[in-house]
Design a protein around this ligand. Structure first.
Ligand SMILES: *Cc1c(COP(=O)(O)O)cnc(C)c1O
Length: 395
């Protein structure tokens, strides 16, 4: 059966151009870039080119790029760099809707005596800028706010936030994993100290990523060992992955226009079709400030997992909550932080499109999903979206 892949915020297919660029590094170009011999040295040249490409995509200097194993490592490295370089500062600020890579690192630090302010979000998932301002303290080591949320697609006003935070002399990190290739980022204009990105969300392979570390920002290596990455990230380089990431970042920069026109139009077609054909839906997130490829929609009184199973029989891949928490039936903590009503939170589905998504794929979902929802509602104790009687058991 043909796979209809609408789960691009979880991971993406490797672009053919990226794979082509990588293959020699798993075959003939296997030298160690740190070696003295010419054979290794030629690989070093390709790493330098990948760094140039990454720097160009972010409008920064190549020395400000560190290649990592992915978004999680970049988030960890930024947070630990900020706290380890300012041992007297014991407070961090983040939000309740961050990726686990940030949230669980903050929780770890809480266990080590740090205080963390988790900024709440409103019903649309928005963070209040005044609350952010008021949360800053003389001992705040770092503010970490994601650029866009992987579950709702919400885009946060990182420009305004970083300007305000930097004015107070506090370090700022942003998890930009979901915005590469969707928003035009310039590190010359965006005053963040650290930024993390991941290869496998932008059509490069899994297990490679990069971080931006501003020249003036303090940095302490997170992984200790050899002198790779200018002494900032030890370990023999993932040469194939890095070369692939460099190409993927180049392609991503060229892809921004298409994401914001063709992909956004397909997402809107899906959203409008579903809200028209199905009663009692709810769009989760901030439709005024949202990634062009993401739709998070709740179907009242239906279990998201049941919807996913039925979509799966059609070859349609989507997601309920985040992939990192699926496997347990706890509702998404992001949607709970937004106060999505109990009747809706279990029936939420995330569709995330990419430059490879076609209208036929969207129309396949539009053809089948309304029927699936009706069927599931017929089977549900509250059928057809009827309100449960006051005495009915809640599920
Ligand atoms: C996927 C993702 C990460 C983690 O990146 P990995 O490369 O999988 O470690 C971090 N933050 C966000 C917002 C993500 O979507």
């Amino acid at each position: 059966m043909k796979v209809t892949y609408l789960d691009n915020n979880a991971t993406t297919r490797v672009a053919p151009e990226v794979m082509e660029e990588m293959l020699p590094f798993m075959d003939t170009l296997y030298g160690n870039p740190s070696s003295m011999h010419t054979f290794g040295g030629q690989v070093q040249k390709h790493l330098a080119q990948a760094r140039e490409r990454a720097a160009q995509a972010l409008d920064c200097s190549p020395e400000e790029i560190i290649f990592t194993s992915g978004g999680t490592e970049g988030d960890n490295a930024a947070i630990f760099a900020a706290v380890n370089s300012q041992p007297d500062k014991r407070h961090l600020v983040t939000t309740r809707v961050e990726h686990p890579a940030v949230l669980n690192t903050c929780k770890y630090l809480e266990g080590r005596g740090y205080e963390v302010t988790y900024l709440p979000v409103d019903g649309y998932g928005r963070v209040n800028l005044d609350q952010l301002r008021e949360s800053l303290r003389p001992d705040t080591a770092l503010v970490s706010v994601m650029y866009a949320n992987n579950e709702t697609g919400n885009i946060y006003p990182v420009q305004a936030m970083a300007e305000m935070v930097k004015e107070r002399g506090v370090l700022f990190h942003t998890d930009a994993v979901q915005v590469i290739g969707k928003l035009d980022l310039s590190m010359q204009k965006l005053p963040v100290d650290y930024l993390a990105l991941s290869g496998h969300k932008i059509h490069a392979p899994k297990g490679v990523g990069a971080m931006f570390v501003r020249k003036k920002a303090p940095f302490r290596p997170f992984i200790l060992g050899g002198h790779q990455e200018n002494g900032r990230r030890a370990g023999t380089e993932n040469t194939a992955g890095i070369v692939g990431l460099g190409r993927a970042m180049q392609l991503a920069a060229m892809d921004i226009a298409e994401e914001n026109t063709r992909v956004a139009a397909l997402r809107d077609r899906l959203e409008q079709g579903l809200t028209r054909e199905v009663e009692q839906t709810r769009i989760n997130g901030d439709r005024e400030s949202r990634l062009p490829n993401t739709l998070n929609i709740s179907f009242k009184y239906v279990e998201g997992e049941a919807i996913l199973l039925m979509l799966d029989t059609l070859g349609v891949c989507a997601s309920s909550g985040s992939a990192c928490t699926s496997g347990n039936l706890e509702p998404s903590s992001v949607l709970r932080a937004m106060g999505v009503p109990f009747t809706h939170v279990h029936g939420s589905i995330r569709f995330s499109l990419s430059r490879y998504t076609t209208q036929e794929e969207v129309d396949l979902v539009l053809d089948h999903l309304p029927g699936i929802i009706n069927k599931l509602r017929d089977m549900s104790p509250f059928g057809q979206g009827r309100e449960p009687a006051a005495s009915a058991p809640r599920y």
